[in-house]
Write a new protein. Structure first.
Length: 181
């Protein structure tokens, strides 16, 4: 049985207090819900996995994904949910390769949501509401901009999904418009 959104948030807050991480969790949740709806999948399941994907990051950054697995197992979460969370760190802090559409989507949008938010913050409006793909692509080419975002992971995620990068960016912007100013 799937944990509720409320239970997922309570568990997340047990391990995290950082509001920046919370905003990231909400952004990834929104992206996952959006892509689930497009794929005809359960947006609640995909959203909850997006919400908790970095549950261990604040307290255990050096054990990211492995501690998430432990936390979610101890909380009695379904194995498929745990696998999805762990797979988002594939090639970085996990050897669990994303296989399902859900896992590939999480892998692709995790870093991308942060990049899009960074792009929005340097706009006069500071908003995703008027952000266009072309603006994101312009910043994409500037290595010093949001230098901590691994663009190769995003490109690999788009390829795994069989999506053009521009399409992945555009759909993620649409998702974030639902939850961000």
């Amino acid at each position: 049985m799937s944990p509720s959104r409320e239970a997922a948030e309570q568990l997340w807050r047990r391990y995290n207090t950082d509001e920046g991480l919370w905003r990231h969790a909400l952004a990834v949740e929104a992206a996952m819900r959006h892509f689930a709806e497009k794929a005809g999948e359960d947006p609640d399941v995909w959203g909850i996995i997006g919400l908790v994907h970095d549950i261990d990051y604040q307290q255990y950054p050096d054990q990211h994904c492995s501690m998430a697995k432990q936390i979610l197992q101890e909380a009695g979460w379904p194995e498929a949910f745990i696998r999805a969370v762990v797979s988002h760190g594939w090639g970085i802090c996990s050897d669990v390769e994303p296989r399902s559409a859900l896992e590939k989507t999480l892998f692709a949008v995790d870093e991308l949501t942060g990049f899009i938010q960074a792009c929005a913050l340097v706009r006069p409006s500071k908003s995703v509401q008027d952000l266009e793909v072309s603006s994101v692509k312009k910043k994409w080419k500037t290595a010093a901009f949001a230098a901590g975002v691994n663009r190769q992971v995003i490109e690999k995620g788009a390829a795994m999904l069989g999506m053009e990068l521009d399409s992945l960016i555009g759909e993620t912007i649409l998702a974030l418009r639902k939850v961000l100013p």
